[in-house]
Design a protein around this ligand. Sequence first.
Ligand code: DLL
Length: 416
Amino acid sequence: MTDLQNNRLVSQVKHVWDNVPYYKNKMIDIGITPDDIKSINDLHKLPFVTKEDLRDTYPYGLLGVPLSETVRIQSTTGTTGKRIIAFYTKNDIDIWEDCCARAIVAAGGTKEDVVQVAYGFGLFTGGPGLNGGSHKVGSLTLPMSSGFTERQLQFMCDLKATILCCTPSYAEYLSESIEEAGLNDKIKLKAGIFGAEAWSNEMRERLEKKLGIKAYDIYGLTETSGPGVSFECVEQTGMHVNEDNFIPEIINPKTLEVLPYGEEGELVFTCITKKAFPLLRYRTRDICVLKRDDCSCGRTLIKMSRLMGRSDDMLIIRGVNVFPSQIETVLIEYGLSANYQLVIDRINHTDTLEVRVELSPEMFSDTVRGVEGREKEISENIKKILGISAKVSLVAPKSMVRSEGKAIRVIDNRKI
Ligand code: DLL
C-alpha cells in the first residue's frame, strides 16, 4: 500500500504541476517543486487546499485535464451557502464507483441483492455514487432518488429490497412510515448504508431495531468525488478509508500541525488517483480520529471514527462554542427522537437558543406539567454541559418537517 501511495502521490504532484497553474504557483510560492515530493513522507511539504481556494478558482481553475476529457460534474448541496463544482473524467467515475462498490460489499452486498438507492440524484453525489457502485457489484439497483415515500415503500416491498442507501434521517422517516403503514412484515431489508450527515450510535441502534437491519456508516464529500471515501465493515467500529485513492491526515485546525493517529482533529485528504479535479491536502473541516488497528473483517485500510463535528459549522452562541452533536447527545440521553432543530436568534443584542425536539409517542401522553418538568430538566442538563441556557420546547411526535435528504438541524436567524 505504501509503495502504491508513494508512486501515485509522486505522479499526482507532477500532474498538477504540469496541468494546474494554480497549484504550480502555490508550490512556487512556498519554494517547492515536484522533485521535493519523493514519497508520502514528503506530504507535509505540500500546501493545503481549502474551500476558499475552490471558490476562488470557480469554475475551471483547478481542472487538471482538457475540458473535452471530462464527462460529468457533480456539485455540493450548498447547505453552507457555497457551491462547489467537481469535474470527472470517465476513469475518475470508474474509480469512484469502485469505492462505492467496496462499501456495498462491506455491508454484505452481492449480485443477489436488491439495492434501493434513496439518496438524491442529480447534482448531489449520493444517488449517482451508490447507483454506480451497486451496478459494479452486479446487484439489482433501484435508482429511487429521495422522497416519494409511498413509492419507496411500494418498491421496497414488491421488489424485496435488501439494502437501503439513504441519509440516516430519511431512513428514520422511512422506518416510521413503514410502521404506520403496517408493512413491517413485508420488509426484507438486511442492511442500510447511511451517510452524508452526522448520526449517532443511538440512532444506529434504533434504525437497526426498527428496520431489522445492520446499519453501516459511509462518508465522502463532493470535492473528493462523493460517497465512498470511507465505509464501515461488519465490525462497525469506524470507517475504512479507501487509502489507495485518498491519503488521510489529521491536523490541528488552528496550528495546522499534523497530529499522530489517535488524536482528534481536522481531516485532510490528498486524492492520488482522480485527474479532472485533483485535490492535494484538502481541508475537509470535518473533525474525527484516525486509527490503524487490526480489523476482524481482514481489511488493512486505516479507519476513521464517526465525525465528531465540523471545525466550521461550530456555532458560537453567546461566545460559547457549540457543536449540535453535543446537544443531540443530551436529547438522546432522555430517550428523545433525533429529530430536533436548534433555532438561534439575537434579541436585544443577546443570542438566544431554542432546542425544538419531538416527544416520543409514549411521552406524549404525559401531563402538561410532566412535559414542562422534562423541558426544564433537559434545559438544565444542556446548561451543565455547554454552559449556556437554552429554551427547550418539546413538540408533538411527527410534528416537525421530515427531511428526504440532509436534515436541517440549525436555523440561525441572527443577522450578524
Ligand atoms: O454528503 C457525499 C455523501 C453522499 C456521503 C452519500 C455519504 C453518503 P457533500 O454534500 O459534499 O457530500 O457533503 C459532504 O457531509 O464534509 C461531512 O461534513 C458530511 N458527511 C458526509 N458523510 C458523513 C457521515 C456528501 N457519514 C459533507 N457522517 C462532509 C457525518 C457526513 N457527516
